[in-house]
Design a protein around this ligand. Structure first.
Ligand SMILES: [Zn+2]
Length: 279
């Protein structure tokens, strides 16, 4: 017997069809309950596509938005395992460490400053930009690089046109699924959710069938990292962490990760510090 194909679905919410406003993505906000149901349904569509192409696949889903507690566990396809809650070392990509053959991004969004992109940002509003070796990256770039560290390709991404363009530039062979067209940070022309799910299911099956044609993003050597932060106080806090220094200009911190894994963990920590107000 051969080992089953192992698939990780990393699920965000801003890039789900129908979603355009931040309150729809925040617990307690108007229509958040609808947003998480739409998110869960798109993940289920991806699961259906994966299992259509590879019936014996072992599928893990990482809830990767905000609190990491958005997907409705009881509504999720029962053939998957759900990774829920935070913090966790691999953040949005939890599950990679267990060994994975292919990654799918569902409900993803463009990086901070890449507008027009629906709810375009990089991890949190505390962050103005993240650069690896001087190149701006968003969650798509960071998470694809982390997958690459484990030798895993990102075979599919769904979201608005800006998110699809971002993944397409980085991984030209990945399948992209455009479920809405950005008209601004909080406006889009969106597909009907059912239409989006059909498209995601078909595309996920296609992506799994042609996974061998998609190379992992290569990440070798130490990773020079810069983060531009919204709050100078966050810069003060971040520079308390050994190895993190302040760059000229007052809004930027820099550090060199031994590899992308170390850089990724430190980026998560620095972003988390952005939640702390002056005491
Ligand atoms: Zn999100």
């Amino acid at each position: 017997m051969t080992n089953p194909l192992r698939v990780l679905i990393s699920a965000d919410l801003e890039g789900v069809s129908g979603i355009v406003h931040v309150v729809e993505t925040n617990p307690g906000g108007y229509d958040y309950e609808r947003g998480r149901a739409l998110m869960t349904a798109e993940v289920n569509a991806a699961v259906a596509g994966v299992l259509e192409a590879e019936p014996g696949a072992d599928v893990s889903v990482a809830d990767a938005h905000g609190t990491f507690r958005n997907l409705l566990p009881e509504e999720l396809d029962r053939r998957v395992r759900l990774v829920r809650g935070k913090p966790r070392p691999l953040g949005m990509m939890a599950g990679l460490e267990a060994g994975v053959d292919a990654v799918l991004f569902i409900g993803y969004h463009a990086r901070a400053g890449a507008g027009p992109g629906v709810l375009a940002h990089t991890i949190s509003d505390a962050v103005l930009d993240v650069r690896l070796h001087g190149e701006s990256v968003g969650e798509i770039g960071l998470n694809a690089a982390l997958a690459g560290h484990f030798g895993v390709p990102v075979v599919l991404g769904s979201g608005d046109d800006a998110a699809c363009a971002e993944l397409g530039a980085l991984v030209p062979d990945a399948v992209t699924v455009e479920v809405k067209r950005a008209l601004g940070q909080a406006a889009a022309e969106t597909l009907h959710p059912q239409e989006a799910r059909d498209l995601i299911r078909r595309s996920a099956a296609e992506a799994i069938r042609r996974r061998d044609q998609v190379p992992p993003v290569s990440t070798s050597g130490p990773v020079e990292t810069e983060i531009d932060l919204y709050g100078p106080y966050t810069v003060d806090l971040a520079t308390l962490v050994p190895g993190v220094s302040r760059a000229p200009g007052g809004r930027t911190v820099t550090f060199t990760g031994r590899d992308i894994l170390e850089a990724y963990r430190l980026i998560q920590l620095v972003v988390q510090l952005g939640q702390i107000k002056p005491g």
